[in-house]
Design a protein around this ligand. Structure first.
Ligand code: SF4
Ligand code: FES
Length: 253
């Protein structure tokens, strides 16, 4: 494979959520195939700054697939073309010489654009604030076997806990539903005994907050699971629905 490739970038530029955005084209000659996608964006921004132009705003933090900040829609796919890969883990060797790459922000009414490719994901924080926590006093670190938990349960809880809150599930969903994200958080806590005291209250409050934030409902298209960089299973949405039904039917009037 060639060490460098020449690309054109078609990037969504938007001053803020009130202004109308538009695509702008940028030539990117001599891009190293060893670069990550974000490093390629850094090179573009270095150039724009040297030319006295406004750099492209985009979110990032860890650059190793942990924080969930690097939200970009790349060639019509959340986090780009590679399965189970965040934008920061995507490398330029997966693109062709001469290719035009289209880069857009997450598009969902509940994630308003702050600038260019950066969106406001406060709605996710509100869902977590509504119930994504436990209030039992767990004390200091204790022996891992003090509370026996079946391996199958701890594995499932661990899989759910892998959600990094990136929002790709919302961006990929035609209903802009955040149910995969929310179901991962509900599952993680519902599967473990420490999460049980607030179990019913949690799911009712989180679903209410999800709906109030304007996220849509799940219609089982599976786009969220396909695009999730952490491969969170939609079986967690089934658990969320069961948790919600049980909590709703047993809640005190
Ligand atoms: S469920 Fe997947 S796509 Fe959705 S926020 Fe979590 S990690 Fe991101
Ligand atoms: S920058 Fe943290 S997951 Fe990509």
């Amino acid at each position: 494979m060639a060490e460098t490739i020449n690309l054109k970038l078609k990037i969504w530029r938007q001053k803020n959520s009130k202004s109308q955005g538009k695509f702008e084209m940028y030539d990117m000659p001599g891009v190293s195939t060893h670069m990550s996608f974000l490093e390629m964006m850094d090179v573009l921004n270095d150039r724009l700054i040297r030319e006295g132009k406004d750099p492209v705003a985009f979110d990032h933090d860890c650059r190793e697939g942990i924080c969930g900040m690097c939200s970009m829609y790349i060639n019509g796919r959340a986090h780009g073309p590679m399965k189970a890969t965040t934008t920061c883990q995507l490398h330029m060797r997966h693109f062709e010489n001469g290719e035009t790459i289209t880069i857009e922000p997450w598009r969902a009414a509940s994630f308003p654009v702050i600038k260019d490719l950066t969106v406001d994901r406060t709605a996710f924080d509100k869902i977590i604030q509504a119930g994504g926590f436990i209030s039992v006093n767990t004390g200091s670190a204790q022996d891992g076997n003090a509370i026996p938990i079946a391996k199958v349960k701890s594995d499932e809880a661990f899989d759910a806990a892998a959600c990094i809150g990136c929002g790709a599930c919302v961006a990929a969903c035609k209903n802009a539903s955040a149910m995969l994200f929310m179901s991962a958080k509900v599952s993680q806590l519902a599967l473990l005994p420490q999460g049980h005291p607030e179990r019913n209250d949690r799911v009712l409050k989180m679903v209410q907050t999800h709906d109030d934030a304007g996220f849509g409902n799940c219609t089982n298209t599976g786009a969220c699971e396909a695009e999730c960089p952490k491969e969170i299973s939609i079986s967690h949405i089934a658990r969320l629905n069961r948790e919600y039904l049980m909590a709703f039917l047993t809640k005190e009037a």
